[in-house]
Write a protein that binds this ligand. Structure first.
Ligand SMILES: CC(C)(COP(=O)(O)OP(=O)(O)OC[C@H]1O[C@@H](n2cnc3c(N)ncnc32)[C@H](O)[C@@H]1O)[C@@H](O)C(=O)NCCC(=O)NCCS
Ligand SMILES: Nc1ncnc2c1ncn2[C@@H]1O[C@H](COP(=O)(O)OP(=O)(O)OP(=O)(O)O)[C@@H](O)[C@H]1O
Length: 199
């Protein structure tokens, strides 16, 4: 039986960084953010629904989605965010499940599902163990603003659209404290995987 690990945290807590560490260890990762980009490409059903719901103003002149524009609309408005979630999340969930099944059929013994909104979307039943990547809120804000070159106001809107990462640690099977260096986080990850008998 494959062990399915749900990797989560909050925005900019370090999920992608830890996801890259799983790749280094040759453990496959299903990436919800990546799939969420694929399902809104212009030939997809979710794309049509987004244009119907939010109008052509969320498109670039070449008809691709202006993610920054859509983000500025949905992160400042709960209701609009829920409407976008209702369009995008079912398609993401289906594609994640297909990929999970394919990896199980291939005989993988450990599979990671990197799902930022694992708790918010009540998806914990999809995984066997939950691994939360934690950082203090001040570090999170700093890293988010640096990565996205965003203002504190916009970064805080995004942070506040999710359950606080501290709350998520209480619901986890294991926590990586990513306030330190990436090497320190990698050591924590390997220790957790040893405890879970992955290697
Ligand atoms: C609003 C969009 C277009 C903004 O795109 P952008 O390229 O700026 O951000 P990106 O997709 O890389 O997301 C960055 C992070 O934002 C957070 N986030 C994204 N969507 C949401 C959401 N609906 N609610 C709360 N947090 C979110 C996640 O932590 C994610 O890791 C995009 O995030 C989107 O389509 N969101 C809806 C789909 C979704 O929920 N994706 C997240 C996991 S499936
Ligand atoms: N231990 C660390 N030390 C310094 N910088 C780090 C560390 N871990 C991650 N970072 C940096 O912090 C930023 C956020 O990390 P990352 O992109 O991995 O977060 P995330 O949780 O995947 O974010 P999102 O929810 O937006 O997808 C990145 O710029 C990354 O390079």
């Amino acid at each position: 039986m494959a062990l399915v690990i749900g990797l989560t945290g909050s925005i900019a807590s370090g999920k992608s960084t830890v996801s890259a560490m799983f790749h280094t260890l040759n453990i496959p990762v299903i990436d919800a953010d990546k799939i969420a980009r694929e399902v809104v490409e212009p030939n997809e059903k979710a794309y049509q629904e987004i244009v119907k719901e939010f109008g052509r103003e969320v498109l670039f002149p070449d008809n691709t989605l202006d993610r920054k524009k859509l983000g500025s609309i949905i992160f400042s408005n709960d209701e609009k965010r829920q409407r976008l979630n209702a369009i995008v999340h079912p398609a993401v969930r289906n594609r994640m499940l297909e990929q999970k099944e394919a990896l199980i059929v291939q005989g993988e013994n450990c599979i990671v599902m990197d799902i930022p909104l694992l708790f918010e979307s009540k998806l914990t039943h999809l995984v066997d163990k939950v691994l939360v990547v934690y950082v203090d809120e001040s570090v999170q804000l700093h890293r988010l603003m640096a990565r996205d070159e965003s203002r504190a106001e916009d970064a805080l809107e995004r942070i506040n659209s999710q359950i606080p990462v501290k709350e998520k640690t209480k619901l986890a099977n294991a926590v990586i404290d990513n306030n330190g260096t990436q090497d320190e986080s990698f050591e924590q990850l390997k220790e957790i995987l040893r405890e879970w008998n992955v290697f």
